[in-house]
Ligand binder design. Structure first.
Ligand SMILES: NC(=O)c1ccc[n+]([C@@H]2O[C@H](COP(=O)([O-])OP(=O)(O)OC[C@H]3O[C@@H](n4cnc5c(N)ncnc54)[C@H](OP(=O)(O)O)[C@@H]3O)[C@@H](O)[C@H]2O)c1
Length: 263
């Protein structure tokens, strides 16, 4: 199989790329850092580095030209590039939300716009059912404190993926979503809060590879965590919202005082 992993220089994407390459597949690894990709490709076999910034049209054009020039028809694309920034509710920063949406949501759309025509060409060249994998997050099962930017980007991605699945099923595309809980990667190493059921990255990659080989639309794990979030998500609001608010960092003593309070 030809597999394109986007966001493959570190974390989940790197672990996935290694797992597929070790299983004998040809893996194209993309991320912004050319030097990181070169190093990874040199250290293992079956991996081809292809630098890409999903937020930049010209970068995307160059990557698509490379695939066309080398006639790389894709069996599987893993849209995994992502970033996370948390929002401090004392000061909502629109730029933070824009930055996160630009990579996690619009970045994926940028890729898809160029990718779909290429996948269709692949179907005329031996690929039977191209698989498109959206890496979302379990945060979409229940809105969590401070996750407004990240969660909104991943919820938008989930919605979009479900629409696309409905729209493309007649063309025999295999659309999937991956919704991990906490996985130990450079992205979560920055977190300064407890991360329940934190998984090692190779464990997460194993679960994703297994899930994508099966038939589930949404591959979510670890189940104890994702089912708990799903369960909270279906509780009535009067019960659900106070539970979530308890996880907020709001400390009333730290709230900025309004002028009428100061009088
Ligand atoms: N770790 C978790 O607990 C967890 C949980 C749920 C979902 N996820 C999702 O899983 C995915 C991978 O996360 P991770 O934890 O493995 O994070 P990570 O180690 O930070 O990896 C992110 C990858 O995306 C690449 N990337 C970032 N911006 C990019 C851009 N504009 N264009 C192309 N590539 C870009 C990064 O490489 P460069 O910086 O070199 O571009 C890197 O290869 C993300 O979508 C994340 O939201 C993670």
């Amino acid at each position: 199989m030809n597999i394109w992993v986007i966001g493959a220089s570190t974390g989940i994407g790197l672990a996935l790329a290694k797992a597929y390459a070790q299983a004998g597949h040809k893996v194209i690894i993309s991320a912004r850092s050319q030097s990181a990709l070169d190093e990874i490709a040199q250290a293992g076999s079956n991996m081809t580095p292809l630098a890409l910034d999903v937020t930049q049209d010209n970068s995307l054009r160059e990557a698509m030209d490379y695939l066309a020039e080398h006639e790389i028809y894709l069996d599987k694309v893993i849209l995994n590039a992502g970033t996370c920034e948390y929002i401090d509710s004392y000061e909502i920063e629109r730029d933070t939300v824009r930055r996160v949406m630009e990579t996690n949501f619009f970045g994926v759309l940028n890729v898809l716009q160029s990718l779909l025509p290429w996948l269709r060409i692949g179907k005329g060249n031996g690929v039977t059912q191209p698989q498109i994998v959206f890496v979302s997050s379990s945060v979409t099962y229940q809105a969590l404190p401070r996750a407004g930017a990240y969660g909104a980007s991943k919820a938008a991605l989930r919605y979009f993926a479900e629409c696309l699945r409905a729209d493309l099923v007649h063309e025999n595309f295999d659309i999937r979503i991956v919704s991990p809980g906490f996985v130990k990667t450079p992205l979560t190493d920055k977190n300064d809060f407890p991360m329940p059921f934190l998984l090692e990255v190779d464990d997460a990659a194993r679960r994703i590879v297994k899930g994508l080989a099966g038939s589930a639309f949404d591959i979510h794990f670890p189940k104890r965590f994702t089912w708990a979030l799903k369960f909270i998500g279906v509780l009535p609001d009067w019960l659900r919202l106070p539970i979530i608010a308890k996880a907020s960092r709001h400390d009333l003593k730290q709230l900025p005082r309004h002028s009428n309070q100061e009088a």
